[in-house]
Design a protein around this ligand. Sequence first.
Ligand SMILES: [Zn+2]
Length: 391
Amino acid sequence: MTIDDAPRDALRGGPRELLRWVATGAAVSRADLSRLSGLSPSTVSQRVEALISQGLLEEAGAGRSRGGRRPRQLAVPTGGAVVGAIDLGAHHARVGALDLSGRVVQARTLSVRIEDGPEAVLGALLAEVATLVGSDPAASGGSAPGALRGIGIGIPGPVQHSTGRIVSPSRMPGWNGFDVAAFCAGRVDVPVVVDNDANLMALGAHRTAHSELDHAVYIKAGTGIGSGVISSGRLHRGAQGSAGDISHCRVVADPAPPCTCGNAGCLEAVASGAALVTALREQGVPVSDLTGVIRLIDDGDRQATALARQAGRAVGEILAVVVNFFNPQVVAIGGRLADCEPLLASMRATLYERCLPLATQTLLIERVAAGQDVGITGAAHLVIDHVVAAA
Ligand SMILES: [Zn+2]
């Protein structure tokens, strides 16, 4: 099952928005929710009661009195490991159990071999989620306290949003056309939502650090390269789910390196971690993986640093188009290359050089701050949004 964005929630004061105001501390009472949403107290009350009956909100003690009866304080239940999350990468997966506020209760990193294929990899990761949640997902479900509510999965390749199917991924042999959602539905008894890893990073980073900003672009630069777009406060997926996929946009590069997609000069073939490994090897530098590349850059290696700068310029060129077109309030870069200073510096310089002054006047350009759990946090929010919409 994939997430359905209920249009009613686009209206101010939809259940998801009410829940988010409580989760972020913007509202602690029904009166706050009424004020923020502009909805009548009785409508707010009705929606709050529905959320409470679903176990998505709880009443915790009494709020500060403004004369008369002390208002009951609303809170999102915390502490229960009730949402499973998987952030799959090319070599590792971060697996977590989170609570309904999107807080990580337990998480661990596992080595994976993506080339072992989807059944083996996803089967092992679902088993790990079950262990972390402390129960067999197939045996749980329902709305009892502590029961698993759903599992969110991030995939390092394009995911068709309506079906949860993987379409032509770059470095995932054996995964093309695989229906992740259907495979998982056959193994667990709770909703499974699937999206690409850049979208989940965007959602996790936005909810964690920028939920007050409406328009944001998050670049994920690791082995591959992609981006997720937040528009009007919501993840923007486009018609099929490919919005934000900048990996095969063409950049100026001479010579233009061949790309896994069959074209040449794609951003991914110039600026991704995999591209840096390939380029260094071609220059005779014996480097085996991205970790080795990052170490060389940190050590000030001349060839590696020059390639990182070139990569930063390439990312900046594509981002400049995105920024001019979309006019976000923040551009944040995450993934393993985000700590690579020469890349970040040339990306920033290119952005300022290539963007309209009006687009960059107040633009924040920064690193994603949420750390290694940003992907599973986004996955959990995807699940929570789905559960709330279904409720
Ligand atoms: Zn390509």
